[in-house]
Design a protein around this ligand. Structure first.
Ligand SMILES: NC(=O)c1ccc[n+]([C@@H]2O[C@H](COP(=O)([O-])OP(=O)(O)OC[C@H]3O[C@@H](n4cnc5c(N)ncnc54)[C@H](OP(=O)(O)O)[C@@H]3O)[C@@H](O)[C@H]2O)c1
Length: 404
């Protein structure tokens, strides 16, 4: 690309796409120009005014154009996103994308397409919006010292939990407020069941440790079955419940990863990550812990991250995936013991879950709970039973205590 403007074909003109249009206007040094915008419905009313003729509903008008240097893909459909991004890469066109669901599912193939067609796919916006997690992990933490990346990666669920803990609202009121404010989708499953955090964690792990783990192989548990009794219990213990995603080395050349609600004590950085904010803690040998905090979603915050990738691409930046080529990469294990809290009512939890040790137990007519040690692999094997809506589980995080 020369010093002239970088010519962009934009896919998607929703929350993020309109934000990109606005931030590019605020950033003359980006020398970026949106040449065409592909949407699903060309006749839909738009709140951002754009020149007539910019919109199209024909993807080929961008994919086959010879006046487009870079494609920015921010649509809300993972399958269509995969078709657009893979076909652009096959044509050697660099892409910036924010689509975590698509990237987490197809990353190995997308890495191979970049290599084969000598082009780049950048996606910092896909993981924690405006917080530059991916490029930092890729470039700065490129050594063996990195031990753990852990954080609150989903703004919607964090907003709901903040309203419940800090403002005493009920879970359903908090969810309705999150939807009204646009933090949660009209179908909030993706956010509150932990899948949004899961997809981000998969991407983060590739750049943290150089290993791709399929989302299907990772234990993921959300917050939808949280109950007043869990909140009462957490308050009594002076902890907050947060939806936490983590990847951590656990010794013997292995690492583990999962997404689960966690009892977080007030001496932890993520304890004070509230509302729709995200926070990521990176822990390593020699430097202990570092903390990144910021807006993980929203129109302009996400668009600012996309702009950063556009500018990086102007300077021919690409992820090298260096850690994926290390000889000594850690292996994924689920053979680790977690100490978890399980609240239940009628489901026979003690028959279902093979605890190796029980530390605390409470039984009443309304609600029961048990805190015990169990292998992560056993939780994975019992995912269908754990989906019962009278069950809520949370990591008490003691497994990692000695590492903190
Ligand atoms: N919202 C956030 O805060 C955020 C943060 C980080 C990452 N992301 C990611 O960014 C992406 C977009 O999110 P969003 O919130 O901007 O979604 P959105 O507001 O629902 O907008 C989606 C856009 O995609 C267009 N679209 C859907 N299918 C299409 C297709 N087949 N071809 C062309 N255009 C198509 C829609 O067109 P119409 O307008 O005609 O319907 C719409 O403009 C998602 O992957 C999301 O995970 C979002």
């Amino acid at each position: 690309m020369d010093n002239n403007k970088i010519r962009i074909g934009l896919f998607g003109f929703g929350v993020v796409g309109q934000g990109i249009y606005q931030v590019i206007k605020k950033a003359p040094n980006a020398h970026a120009e949106i040449r065409r915008i592909c949407v699903r419905d060309i006749n839909k009313p738009r709140s951002v005014e754009i020149p007539a003729g910019l919109l199209t509903d024909n993807a080929d008008e961008i994919l086959h154009a010879d006046d487009i240097d870079l494609i920015v893909e921010v649509i809300d459909n993972a399958e269509a996103s995969y078709r657009i991004v893979s076909s652009a890469l096959r044509r050697g066109i660099p892409v910036v994308s924010g689509n975590k669901a698509m990237i987490a599912r197809h990353l190995p193939e997308l890495i191979e397409l970049q290599r084969r067609h000598d082009t780049a796919l950048l996606y910092d916006a896909s993981s924690c919006g405006s917080i530059p997690v991916i490029r930092n992990l890729e470039e700065y933490y490129d050594n063996d010292l990195l031990l753990e990346v852990k954080g609150i990666l989903n703004g919607s669920s964090n907003y709901i939990l903040s309203r419940v803990f800090d403002h005493g609202e009920s879970y359903s009121d908090a969810l309705a407020k999150a939807q009204a404010l646009g933090f949660a989708e009209s179908d909030p499953t993706f956010d509150i069941e932990g899948f949004d955090s899961l997809f981000k964690l998969v991407i983060i792990t590739v750049h943290a440790l150089g290993v791709y783990v399929s989302p299907d192989d990772i234990f993921t548990y959300g917050i939808s079955s949280i109950h007043d009794s869990d909140i009462r219990y957490a308050r009594e213990k002076r902890v907050k419940i947060k939806l936490v995603a983590q990847v951590a080395k656990v010794g013997n050349g292995c690492f583990t990863m999962f997404v689960m609600p966690e009892f977080v004590r007030s001496n932890k950085y993520i304890y004070s990550v509230d509302d729709e904010y995200n926070g990521v803690v990176v822990r390593g040998e020699c430097y202990d812990r570092q903390f990144m905090f910021g807006k993980g979603a929203g129109s302009l915050p996400t668009a600012s991250s996309i702009l950063s990738d556009i500018m990086a691409r102007r300077h021919d930046y690409r992820y090298e995936y260096k850690k994926m080529h290390y000889l000594d990469r850690p292996s994924y294990t689920t053979d680790i013991t977690l100490r978890i809290y399980v609240r239940y009512r009628t489901t026979p939890v003690l028959d279902i879950l093979p605890f190796s040790k029980i530390h605390e137990q409470y039984i009443s007519d309304d609600s029961c709970y048990v805190i015990g040690d169990i292998l992560l692999s056993e939780l994975i094997a019992r995912r269908p039973q754990l989906a019962a809506n009278d069950i809520f589980i949370a990591n008490t995080s003691t497994f990692f205590e000695h590492l903190d």
